[in-house]
Design a protein around this ligand. Structure first.
Ligand SMILES: Nc1ncnc2c1ncn2[C@@H]1O[C@H](COP(=O)(O)OP(=O)(O)OP(=O)(O)O)[C@@H](O)[C@H]1O
Ligand SMILES: [Mg+2]
Length: 312
């Protein structure tokens, strides 16, 4: 488990992290979201003892990072995948890390195999592609077989195979009871990877909730039905329009969009008024949309190219 209590970091005039209090629990993947400059990397650096909090504290398994005797065995991290001596081979880089943490050399061969770098292990790390550097970073994080993993944008630069590999890896790690804390800007990937979400904006906590609750809160029940017969379609629309708290709209393609009721409820109503349906489904908001709605007011570096006309 990772615990933050009132964690705060100020750089001159910039309040990078502002009074963050939350726990990252074991046995699930926690996604760390927030716009560019929100303070995600700074938070992770403080958890890893690479930056000192201005106020508050960050604990790993109940201790400050500095107090961990063999830190790589307690927490594995990848923050900046390119932060490797360019002339050193991938293997030499990992061997040095292993040695300083009392990890046997054969573990280096294991993780090189796990991340798919065994063939490139003797090449200087400076010649690695972006994705290969990412894989080396993940190898370093896995080296000590730690119960806690912290990965800052691990899918950055990975090919589709690599993205899928990271997804399976972190899901497996969480299923084994480990704590996994990862940031990413790829919302569709996060939606299928994370169980829990922590969202920050301008250094402050915006949300700390399960993926399911985050999505449900963003999208009240809504459904879409396909009704082949025009007369029946009008009947269903009239029936739904008479229900309190429901808004309903018939589209030219023969579908009926219903806000305020689930697919199950719409199905029951259709059955009651003898309306035959060809398709019926719940409409769920995407993580991307839910996230955009939540962070619209906290975006520091907005592009103004929002497709809904530049909210925020
Ligand atoms: N060493 C530093 N000195 C001064 N300011 C810093 C330093 N590190 C980070 N900051 C500032 O702190 C804020 C948070 O930066 P941080 O890198 O933590 O954001 P982030 O959420 O990781 O963003 P991104 O999604 O772009 O990676 C930014 O305003 C950044 O400019
Ligand atoms: Mg960052």
């Amino acid at each position: 488990m990772i615990s933050l209590r009132g964690l705060t970091k100020r750089y001159g005039d910039t309040l990078a992290v502002d009074d963050l209090t939350f726990d990252v629990r074991a046995g699930r993947v926690t996604g760390f979201l927030g716009p560019n400059g929100a303070g995600k990397s700074t938070t992770m650096r403080m958890v890893l003892g690479l930056d000192h909090p201005t106020r508050g504290r960050a604990l790993v398994a109940g201790r400050p990072y500095e107090d961990l005797r063999r830190p790589l065995r307690a927490v594995g991290a990848m923050l900046d995948a390119r932060a490797v001596h360019p002339a050193r081979s991938g293997r030499a880089h990992l061997l040095a890390q292993a040695r300083s943490n009392g990890i046997p050399a054969r573990r280096v061969e294991e993780v090189l195999e796990t991340v798919g770098l065994a063939k490139a292990a003797r090449r200087p790390a400076g010649t690695y592609s972006l994705g290969m550097s990412g894989r080396l970073g993940v190898a370093g994080a896995l080296l000590g077989d730690p119960p806690v993993l912290i990965l800052d944008e691990p899918v950055n630069g990975l090919d589709p195979d690599g993205v899928r590999w990271i997804r399976r890896l972190v899901r497996d790690q969480a299923a084994e009871g480990r704590t996994v804390f990862l940031s990413s800007h790829l919302m569709s990937e996060m939606q299928v990877t994370a169980d829990h979400l922590v969202v920050i904006g301008r250094g402050r906590l915006l949300s700390d909730t399960s993926m399911a609750e985050f999505l449900a809160a963003a999208s009240p029940a809504s459904a879409r039905a396909s009704v082949p017969d025009p007369e029946a379609r009008s009947r269903l629309v009239r029936r739904l329009a008479a229900v309190d708290g429901v808004s309903v709209e018939a589209a030219a393609d023969g579908t009926v969009a219903v806000a305020g009721r689930t697919a199950a409820e719409v199905g029951d109503l259709a059955h009651e008024c003898g309306v035959r349906l060809h398709a019926l489904s719940d409409v769920r908001v995407s993580l991307e949309q839910a996230y955009m709605d939540l962070t619209a007011r906290s975006v520091e570096y907005a592009t103004g190219t929002d497709d809904d006309g530049g909210r925020g």
